[in-house]
Design a protein around this ligand. Structure first.
Ligand code: PHE
Length: 453
């Protein structure tokens, strides 16, 4: 390892740490906070089905493609695109793909850190016993009072951003690896516990029905776009996070196999979150379409009323904050890696500048929940706009370009060599999905949304 770390670019110490780190990037607020509330807003079952189809047919092939591009070049996303464009003798405009990823990462980080700040604030609330014996109304008031206060939100947002930077500054081996090694299993166990609680409510089957019985009349073209966008968001695809992590992956590790493991774990956590949350929603006469506050208005009810809820509540929000942390570090890593490797900036300075930019923009999201809640563009608050722009537009466009580049531009002989699949058929399946299925699916969803279809 010492040999590799001497260069500017680090490397994972094993395949297992790559899986942990990439799963750490994938599993985060997207699974536990976002998946339930957008499922609630988009009518449940049918939306979930579209999301699952997108993960399988678009997400996994693109995850393989993105990891492969990173590993081939062993550089940050911007240089990866420069290098591989040259190798393939392709048009220089492909360079912009790397840029878009770096920018999308910082844009997402800006509001991601705000919501992660909520999770961190809720550790404190759990600790002082705010959930104790509380009913739905008390928990809602607690949440409403919290988001009405810019000062409190700025405090937690700053704290979370500082934690992100502290880890990223230490670099890939020391910082990122350590953070993810114990978190994933612990988080998983806590999710199971919450599912156990959901089973004790008398709305368990109503929750399951909402989540898994598809009613296609509830599906609009905009919910299909949201489901597709979420497949990218939750798997950390389309902006270079997985590319950067792939670039730290030792040669010779099977990329396809790891992609399946990562996507499988990610999907499982999201479904568990849904199974835990919706029964609580119905049991307490709450509405599935409550919006971004959904988990903060439901899970505390469970913690307030179950035996041992005090400690489980604390543990849950600690886990959620750390899950968010292992994602946020991957949101900023492309920008930092580029500044360090390309601009000769020190890792410290690179972290400070990128972190500051995302922190400042985060203020806009904070205010959109209170003092700027009436400021709207295209009928959306600034937070909603940033979320839409990144998750629904930039990530799918980035993913589309990655698929086209890996499937059409890169020489097949290179991708075949890099992927090194166990047999020719698996490689062919990937080629078909990456060349045709994934890009066409993204394309048609977009056409549908702009009303052409
Ligand atoms: N996948 C992360 C989550 O679900 C968010 C993320 C998106 C991280 C894009 C990196 C890149 O919380």
């Amino acid at each position: 390892m010492t040999e590799i770390t001497k260069s500017a670019h680090g490397a994972w110490s094993s395949r297992f740490t790559f899986i942990l780190a990439a799963t750490g990037s994938a599993v985060g607020l997207g699974n536990i906070w976002k998946f339930p509330y957008i499922t609630g807003e988009n009518g449940g079952g049918a939306f979930v089905l579209v999301y699952l189809a997108c993960v399988l047919l678009i997400g996994i092939p693109i995850m393989i493609a993105e990891t492969m591009l990173g590993r081939r070049s062993q550089r940050n996303p911007i240089e990866t695109m420069e290098l591989l464009t040259e190798e393939a003798g392709a048009d220089k405009n492909w360079h912009y793909l790397g840029w878009m990823g770096v920018i999308a990462g910082l844009l997402i980080l800006s509001y991601y850190s705000v919501i992660a700040g909520w999770a961190t604030a809720y550790i404190a609330k759990a600790f002082v016993g705010s959930f104790f014996d509380a009913d739905g109304t008390a928990i809602k008031t607690l949440f409403d009072d919290f988001v009405a206060s810019p000062v409190q939100m700025i405090f937690w947002h700053s704290l979370f951003m500082a934690a992100t930077l502290l880890i990223v500054v230490r670099g890939v081996n020391k910082g990122l690896e350590k953070a993810v090694q114990w978190l994933m299993p612990a988080l998983f166990v806590l999710m199971l516990l919450l599912v156990g609680y959901a089973m004790t409510t008398d709305s368990y089957f109503q929750g399951l029905h909402f989540l898994f019985a598809p009613d296609f009349s509830k599906l609009t073209s905009s919910s299909v776009l949201t489901a597709m966008g979420h497949a990218f968001f939750t798997l950390s695809l389309g902006m270079g996070a997985i590319m950067v992590y792939g670039s730290y992956l030792p040669k010779g590790v099977s990329i396809a196999q790891t992609a399946f493991i990562i996507a499988g774990a990610d999907t499982l956590v999201a479904l568990l979150a849904g199974i835990a949350i919706f029964p609580i929603v119905f049991a307490n006469n709450l509405h599935p379409d409550t919006g971004p506050g959904l988990i903060f208005q439901t899970l505390p009810i469970a913690f307030g009323n179950m035996t041992g809820g005090w400690i489980f509540g604390i543990l849950f929000f600690v886990m959620l904050s750390i899950a968010a942390l292992t994602s946020s570090i991957s949101l900023i890593e492309p920008a930092v890696a580029w500044l360090v490797e390309n601009k000769n900036v020190s890792r410290e300075k690179a972290c400070i500048w990128s972190g500051l930019a995302a922190w400042l923009l985060g203020l806009a999201s904070i205010f959109s929940f209170n003092i700027w809640s009436n400021v709207k563009f295209f009928d959306r608050t600034l937070f909603q706009l940033l979320d839409y722009l990144t998750a629904n537009l930039m990530l799918p466009i980035g993913g589309f370009c990655i698929a086209v580049f890996a499937g059409w531009i890169m020489k097949q002989q290179h991708s075949e060599q890099e992927l090194n699949m166990p047999n020719a058929q698996s490689y062919q399946v990937w080629v078909v999905l990456t060349r045709y299925v994934a890009p066409l699916a993204v394309f048609f969803v977009f056409l549908h949304v702009v009303g052409v279809l």
